[in-house]
Design a protein around this ligand. Structure first.
Ligand code: PA5
Length: 433
């Protein structure tokens, strides 16, 4: 389903270097797999897929059905881990353009991930003559961007439908037992979905945080979970010969220790763009602390070959790439014939775009490795729900292992909390001086 290909690392890393990590990986694996119910032991995500109850799946699917039947537009409000995974999942399954093509499911817009008045006004304008449902998502329940957007949309919904009907159209995903949003949701009687205490924001995509929006988009969430359960089993043991996600984590650390401090995750399908944004947050917040960490960046080729390509090929030698590739063919377009050949493209006539895209991949990976950029290749079978669930879990577990190998706590984000506090102080929130 997901295959780690090390062919393009040969000149940079040896198998012996990887194997030296085995005993450390064994130790960390026991640490990761041991998860208590303690809310500060943020490892609930490790067994989340296999523990997901049939009832919870049913509840999410029922809410999604209601939303599909009652809304032309579905507004998802959240930021960071309460936004990126949901959008990543939807785009992975259907591509961003699907929002314009979709007929049987509502158009989906994400707000609360910025503080732009212009952006929110545009979405409100889109909603004006449409039937709308809202899903507000916040683990802490107090994130300012989310709260601002939700206050605006709550008012909009109540003016449009009246308080009672608006209440039926607003769905709230938040902590089980605490937070401002939970109190508000209880008071207003909104339908609620719980984020387990021991699952942090960026590891929460396989809860209702990511699954409800994915289900509304038409995704089959049972299949997403099926893929994740398979990955949970595949990556339980620490053996670096068998556990490709730990192998990926080890390779990253070896490259980091050799001065490669920037990782570019790259792919050749635009629908991966948001998946990369989710991946960036996962790794940036998990590893970037104590003055350590690999800076996570992303590129969608071939477009970015015409911007970042020059730097990757010949700039500072601090980069390695992780390329997500699939042989599954999306689309069937071929180069049309042209008698006049004014564009001099007839040498490609009749060839499929998938074939040309594959050649772009081969040319790029060869050029970049020749240029001193190690390339980790991750082959994915297709863009199905199962592959999505598998890939999400692959990176979550790899990220935990990688963070521990680097000597940081992959489950906190003290830097983000600093920004939040400083913002509250500047805006004179009561209690923040
Ligand atoms: O990963 C994290 O914990 C953060 O990025 C949060 O997801 C983000 O700050 C949003 O927080 P919340 O879900 O509490 O609104």
């Amino acid at each position: 389903m997901v295959n780690l290909n090390e062919n393009y690392l040969k000149n940079f890393i040896s198998s012996e270097e990887i194997e030296k990590f085995q005993s450390k990986v064994n130790e960390i694996n026991s640490e990761i797999n041991y998860c208590s119910e303690n809310e500060n032991d943020f490892k609930g995500w490790v067994t989340l897929p296999s523990k997901f109850s049939k009832d919870d799946v049913k509840k999410i699917n029922e809410a999604a059905e209601f939303i599909k039947n009652n809304a032309d537009v579905f507004i998802v409000i959240g930021i960071g881990g309460s936004y990126l995974g949901a959008k990543a999942s939807i785009d992975f399954l259907h591509s961003e353009n699907y929002n314009y093509l979709r007929k049987n499911t509502p158009k989906i817009f994400f707000v609360g991930n910025n503080i732009s008045s212009g952006y929110i006004e545009e979405i409100l304008e889109i909603c004006k003559d449409k039937d709308v449902c809202v899903n507000v998502i916040s683990k802490s329940g107090g994130t300012m961007e989310t709260a601002i957007a939700f206050r605006i949309f709550k008012k909009f919904m109540e003016e449009k439908y009246g308080k009672k009907e608006a209440g039926k159209r607003i769905f709230c995903t938040t902590d089980k037992s605490k937070g401002t949003l939970l109190k508000l949701a209880k008071k207003e009687g909104y339908k609620r979905f719980e984020i387990p205490d021991n699952v942090g924001g960026r590891y929460s995509v396989l809860t209702a945080v990511g699954l409800l929006p994915a289900a509304v988009s038409g995704g089959n969430i049972e299949d997403i979970l099926k893929g994740a359960i398979r990955a949970e089993k595949d990556f339980l043991q620490a053996d670096l010969k068998k556990n490709s996600c730990y192998r990926y984590a080890v390779i990253r650390n070896i490259l980091y220790n050799k001065g490669k401090s920037v990782e570019i995750i790259a792919g050749y399908e635009p629908r991966l763009d948001m998946f990369f944004e989710w991946w960036k947050q996962l790794f940036a917040e998990s590893e970037g602390k104590n003055e350590k960490g690999i800076f996570p960046s992303s590129a969608v080729f071939s477009g970015d070959l015409h911007s970042l390509g020059q730097f990757i090929q010949q700039g500072s030698r601090i980069i390695f790439e992780t390329v997500i590739k699939s042989d599954c063919k999306l689309g069937k377009l071929t180069i049309p014939e042209s008698k006049e050949n004014l564009d001099e493209l007839n040498y490609l006539q009749g060839k499929s775009l998938n074939y040309i895209n594959k050649k772009a991949f081969e040319a790029t990976i060869n050029a970049h490795t020749d240029g001193g950029v190690p390339n980790i290749l991750i082959d994915i079978k297709d863009f199905s729900e199962e592959t999505l669930g598998y890939l999400i879990y692959f990176f979550e577990k790899a990220c935990a292992m990688s963070g521990y190998l680097m000597g940081v706590n992959p489950f906190n984000q003290p830097g983000v909390e600093n920004y939040k506090k400083k913002m509250f102080t500047l805006l004179e929130k009561p209690g923040y001086n």
